[in-house]
Design a protein around this ligand. Structure first.
Ligand code: CU
Ligand code: CU
Length: 384
């Protein structure tokens, strides 16, 4: 039953995307808002009335202050310097504040943010770097930054230990050595935790292994959901916050190239989220803490809250291919996107179609903090 429902929805979504592309290019992006809001997040594909179709209209990314297409590749390396002991120091400035964001065309959410965006900046460093985070709480509630990784108790960012809760107007510096390498995250740890998490206080924390990973086009994807009516149930699901954004604007990749996704689940209220790729299979590195895959040749992976991992795959043939949660409910409420797999010749056009340029291409191909050293012995090295 689920498969049948998803299949039919997917087909209709495909048709709607074609229609949307034309509308987007004609500049008609202002009218869908209020109708979309009253329609909730139901994808009523049976009507051709643009106002009731969630794929109509565009989110105002400029007003939001972030664009999910850029979020795929906008790694934050911090301010980099070298310590007397030769280690690399990376310093970050993170400010928590309240902000309304648009999570689907015409659907707004009163978020609590790190640096004004949901998810917060994608912090990236190398194993062994000293990471120093200056955290300022400019929000209306106490917050913290709790990192997944190795650190002592004072740096754990939880209530009642070390500095504990950081009150509005207060600040703190968290500092630790980055380890183990992998695909990690950070989030607020103030009680009630599910509310602080769900409001948007989370982000990716990627630690590259010392010798890097093989060259690939890399993306950060964080699965999240939003309870817009505060009933403890999500009304919008997404990858990188804006529902259906990657369906409206398919992500350009090239046929035959290696793609690597740092996938993180921060969906609250639902125990599990998932990722499914169409027309290809991937290797999976659970938590990203190994250099060889923990799952070979799978096309679906599920993650509990805060679970994450790395996907590696190649699309063989040009064309548009879906990716989405395989829970049909999540898919239909926004967690669905497309890859636009282009030939070498067609890649510039694929970028231009969704408002991207060579700079985006460069960032997606050079995300790693360190060059890859192809030493077979590295596979024998422990993660930490
Ligand atoms: Cu908080
Ligand atoms: Cu956590």
């Amino acid at each position: 039953m689920l498969r049948a429902a998803l299949g039919s929805a997917a087909g209709l979504v495909g048709a709607a995307i074609v229609e949307q592309t034309a509308i987007g290019q004609s500049g008609n992006n202002g009218s869908a808002g209020h109708d979309a809001k009253t329609a909730g997040m139901t994808m009523d594909m049976s009507t051709s009335d643009h106002g009731t179709n969630m794929l109509m209209g565009q989110v105002n990314h400029a007003k939001n202050g972030f664009d999910p297409l850029q979020m795929l590749v906008d790694w934050d390396y911090g301010t980099v310097s070298t310590l007397p002991d030769e280690r690399t120091l990376r310093e970050y400035e993170i400010v928590a504040f309240d902000r309304e964001i648009e999570i689907a065309p015409g659907v707004f959410f009163n978020a609590w943010t790190y640096n004004g965006r949901v998810p917060g900046p994608s912090l990236r460093c190398t194993e062994g770097d000293l990471v120093r985070i200056h955290f300022v709480n400019a929000g209306s509630h106490p917050h913290t930054m709790h990192f997944h990784g190795f650190h002592n108790a004072e740096m754990d960012g939880i209530p009642g230990v070390g500095a504990g809760n950081i009150a509005p107007g207060q600040e703190i510096t968290y500092e630790f050595e980055a380890a183990p390498y992998g695909c990690h995250l950070y989030h607020c740890h103030v009680i009630p935790l599910k509310r602080h998490l769900h409001k948007g206080l989370y982000g990716a924390f990627i630690i590259d292994p010392k010798h890097g990973r093989p060259p690939a086009r890399e993306f950060m994807m964080l699965m999240n959901g939003f309870d817009t009516d505060l009933d403890g149930d999500n009304n919008v699901y997404a990858c990188n916050t804006v529902g259906f954004e990657y369906a409206r604007r398919p992500i350009p990749i090239k046929a035959g190239e290696l793609v690597r996704i740092y996938l993180i689940n921060l969906t609250e209220f639902d125990p599990i989220n998932s990722m499914h790729l169409h027309a290809t299979f991937f290797d999976y590195y659970d938590h990203g803490t190994t250099l060889t895959p923990t799952h070979h040749t799978v096309d679906t992976i599920m993650q509990c809250q805060a679970q994450r991992g790395i996907l590696e795959f190649t699309h063989r043939w040009p064309g548009k291919y879906m990716f989405h949660a395989h829970q049909a409910e999540f898919t239909e409420l926004g967690w669905m996107g497309m890859f636009n797999v282009a030939t070498e010749m067609g890649f510039q056009a694929a970028l231009a179609e969704v408002g991207l340029d060579e700079e985006w291409d460069r960032k997606s191909m050079s995300g790693s903090t360190v060059p890859y050293v192809n030493n077979p012995l590295r596979l024998l090295m422990p993660a930490h």
